[in-house]
Design a protein. Structure first.
Length: 63
């Protein structure tokens, strides 16, 4: 019984949206979305810090 040898497909080259600067989005909507995500992440981070501060204050007043 012989096993079939499968040929591996050649590695595909990645097509960049913006070959001049692949890290920068070609569409301004992508950039706006990234900015919104950054603001949302910062807001959540700030909320977590506020909650931690309140928890510490509450624990100190209980003791």
């Amino acid at each position: 019984m012989e096993t079939e040898k499968k040929l591996e497909a050649p590695a595909e080259q990645k097509d960049w949206e913006n070959p001049a600067n692949p890290e920068k989005p070609a569409d301004h909507r992508d950039e706006e979305q990234l900015e919104r995500q950054m603001r949302e992440a910062q807001r959540r981070h700030d909320n977590l810090e506020e909650n931690q501060d309140e928890t510490k204050d509450n624990e100190q007043t209980k003791n």
